[in-house]
Design a protein around this ligand. Structure first.
Ligand code: CA
Length: 239
């Protein structure tokens, strides 16, 4: 149980599901804010700066995917999707969207709170790692990249990269030891909540989206090197 209450923003339009979630999370000691539409969610997000977001895909105004994209413009807060249809899972897992994990309806409140706790445990463990400058905010700077660890913000040349959590996690692992080659298994162990459920393809997919986001800022910057048959490393030639 955290010493100060963590806040969770629940975005869900079905009252019965929302009430069940609110009850389950409050029972676990979380401070809960509820939004019933996508636009409410974005408004609440700006005000309460939640530690975690549970986000239904099917909302009455805009989709949960659009809400996620909007939030990812400024934050890497963990986002757990609630999906009703199997067909939506591919998009969430395929990481077009920037979500961190998903739960398929119907689910038990116990399953959901366990998932949230697993993600938060890793989040908090990661943000308590030592870093070079730990004053008001922990940050990790390597060459042109800066990570603000507490806020999950990554910047290249001062521009936000809008990373999903596992992309951010991999970047943090790379920057801690530039030049070191990590196998896919090592990346999974260090970054994923449930390494056993991840696969080599999952790592490759995240590397691909991470590269894409770096290229959106600088199309010629290639810091992630592929070591065929081994894994990946970060090349810090530029500093
Ligand atoms: Ca819904």
């Amino acid at each position: 149980m955290p010493s100060h209450p963590l806040s969770v923003l629940i975005v869900e339009d079905e009252p019965a599901i929302a009430e069940t979630l609110i009850y389950a999370l409050e029972s676990e000691g979380y401070r809960v804010v509820h939004a019933g539409t996508g636009s409410d969610a974005i408004r609440h997000f700006g005000k309460v700066a939640p530690d975690f977001i549970v986000l239904d895909v099917g909302l009455p105004d805009i989709t949960g995917f659009e809400v996620c994209r909007e939030i990812r413009k400024s934050s890497g807060v963990p986002i757990l999707f609630l999906t009703a249809r199997e067909g939506e899972i591919d998009r969430v897992v395929g990481l077009e969207i920037g979500g961190d994990d998903y739960v398929v309806k119907p689910f038990s409140p116990r399953e959901l709170t366990a998932r949230i706790q697993a993600i938060l445990r890793r989040t908090q463990r990661n943000s308590s790692l030592p870093s070079n400058s730990r004053s008001e905010e922990s940050s990790l700077i390597s060459g042109r990249i800066e990570l603000l660890l507490d806020r999950y913000v990554a910047r290249l040349d001062g521009k936000n990269l809008e990373l999903a959590r596992y992309e951010f996690g991999m970047l943090k692992v790379f920057l801690a030891h530039p030049g070191r080659v990590y196998t896919r298994d090592q990346l999974m162990e260090r970054v994923w909540d449930e390494p056993d459920s991840a696969s080599d393809r999952t790592v490759d997919a995240h590397i691909k989206t991470l590269r894409k986001k770096i290229h959106e800022v600088d199309g010629s910057f290639e810091p992630i090197r592929t070591h065929r048959g081994i894994g990946y490393s970060w090349q810090s030639d530029d500093g």
